[in-house]
Design a binder for this molecule. Structure first.
Ligand SMILES: N[C@@H](CCC(=O)N[C@@H](CS)C(=O)NCC(=O)O)C(=O)O
Length: 203
């Protein structure tokens, strides 16, 4: 059994989207992450599921997994038949792992620096926002998805972040980025996830 610990309109949306792409049965457990009443919908033992009591977290048959790229990798390995993550032995496995790690290890910190106007320090373990933007632009100019013609969980994890950073104007709407986001919005599973996210918020 799979349970996604989720908060509407948050980083856990991408795992909701991935689960919809996979087409597997899952439950959602709503976690209250904002507001002063942190005991709201926060399970008392949630710290055993996510060490920072954030979302997303996934529990599979009693085993907790957190950190978005790790959850994405866990799920695409668990359901290889869905073809959303190259498996060990596939030449695309290396690029797959690289871009998953890049999403929260490089892309996010660089964009947060830009959003908060924090000067970039070369000693940090990621490139500047300008550099990251150029890297992504070069890749997406050359191919429709991060791994080529093949849509993968990278397009949910990193692509979903890129989409969000464009919405909040941290990344400009260049023709390359806009065309990519348009391709993402062609995914019916993304719309199912948006619907489910909205339903959870209203319930
Ligand atoms: N590194 C984590 C980040 C998770 C994260 O920051 N989640 C936010 C939601 S957008 C959260 O739960 N914030 C609540 C809090 O910090 O108390 C990941 O990529 O999964």
């Amino acid at each position: 059994m799979l349970t996604l610990y989720h908060a509407p309109r948050s980083r856990s949306f991408r795992i909701l989207w991935l689960l919809e792409e996979l087409g597997v049965p899952y439950d959602t457990e709503m976690v209250s992450i904002r507001g002063s009443d942190s005991t709201g919908h926060m399970p008392s033992d949630y710290i055993d599921i996510h060490p920072h009591r954030k979302v997303p977290a996934l529990v599979h048959d009693g085993v907790p997994v957190s950190e978005t790229p790790a959850i994405a990798l866990y799920l695409t390995d668990l359901f290889p038949q869905a073809g959303l993550g190259p498996q060990v032995g596939d030449r695309q496995r290396g690029p797959y792992l690289t871009w998953l790690a890049y999403s929260t290890g490089v892309f996010e910190p660089a964009m947060v620096e830009r959003a908060f106007k924090t000067p970039h320090q070369a000693a940090l373990g990621w490139g500047s926002a300008d550099e990251v933007e150029q890297v992504l632009s070069r890749v997406l100019q050359a191919r429709p998805f991060f791994l080529g013609d093949r849509f993968s969980a990278v397009d949910i994890v990193l692509g979903g972040s890129l989409q969000y950073m464009m919405q909040v104007k941290v990344i400009p709407e260049t023709p390359v980025f806009s065309a990519y986001v348009e391709r993402l919005s062609d995914r019916p599973a993304m719309h199912r996830a948006l619907q489910r996210d909205g339903d959870i918020e209203e319930s």
